[in-house]
Design a protein around this ligand. Sequence first.
Ligand SMILES: O=C(O)CCC(=O)C(=O)O
Ligand SMILES: [Fe+2]
Length: 342
Amino acid sequence: MGDVDPAFIQDTLHRPKLAVIEAEGIPLIDLSSANASNHVSQIADACKNWGFFQVINHGVPSESRRKIEDAARKFFALPLEEKRKVSRDEVNPLGYFDTEHTKNVRDWKEVFDCVVPTPAFIPASPDPDDKELNELTNQWPQYPPELREVCEEYAREMEKLAFKLLGLISLSLGLPENRFNLLFEESTNFIRLNHYPPCPVPHLALGLGRHKDSRALTILAQDDVGGLEVKRKTNGEWVRVKPTPDAYIINVGDIIQVWSNDTYESVEHRVTVNSERERFSIPFFISPGHHIWVKPLEELTKGEKPKYRAYNWGKFFATRRRSNFKKLDVENVQISHFKVSE
Ligand SMILES: O=C(O)CCC(=O)C(=O)O
Ligand SMILES: [Fe+2]
């Protein structure tokens, strides 16, 4: 193991297999208008069977993606002490971070988080009686100077795509296309820049441990290296999402699972690393306003029991944020904690 910090080493059960299984069958949906009549049923099948799909002809200009990818490379190439000037800390959850732990094992990665659009607010504490809000403040590095502008431009493109996808998801659940729109007023959307450096022990560590995304929907740009693995619903096997040039990978997050009363499930995924090539990825997490109470939609629970109690998104976020900062002995707050017993 050489000099590798034992904090990175996964339990035997969670170590990646050496033989990669390519995911056959993760749906690839062509969002160009010529195919519009199929979009809703394609999305319904993808959300039910995989919780993941890829989109092409999505309308996001490739220039906008190239600019943010270039800026991310420039930022992560800076010396550590430069990056640490914009480090996230116990007060500010945004900025640079290289000591993330997922399920208490350290991830082989470094990240930069920013919230867009601004201003965005979250509760000051997890305490339900504390009504104080804090504004989320981005920490922009000095270099590359264009980072802020490219993130803001990229976020505007992501939002357009997000509303297109949320509209299709809503239709696929038998709801009006704009059903979700109001829930995203005063959103807490954020962009994460991920950098996974080459790893000397790729069979023992993970770039990002198995997890589900806690927000509504994730739109991910991955580069051509590959490493994202999805837990296939049919047999629980980890399968690799093959990089498709210019495509976006979309996955349903926990909030859509709750809104849809489990019709669509948030699926576990993880990232493997390799000893030769660094990898970059950029997820955009679409998230409601802090004031939103997340619960199964009434239209979908007529004649059916809601499977979750309502939880306040802002308080959930504040609780996660507090525990994310430290390596914990207890499990992070999860939607399963709000599940109504059968
Ligand atoms: O890097 C990737 O491919 C996935 C990242 C991811 O799942 C996340 O940041 O939540
Ligand atoms: Fe994720």
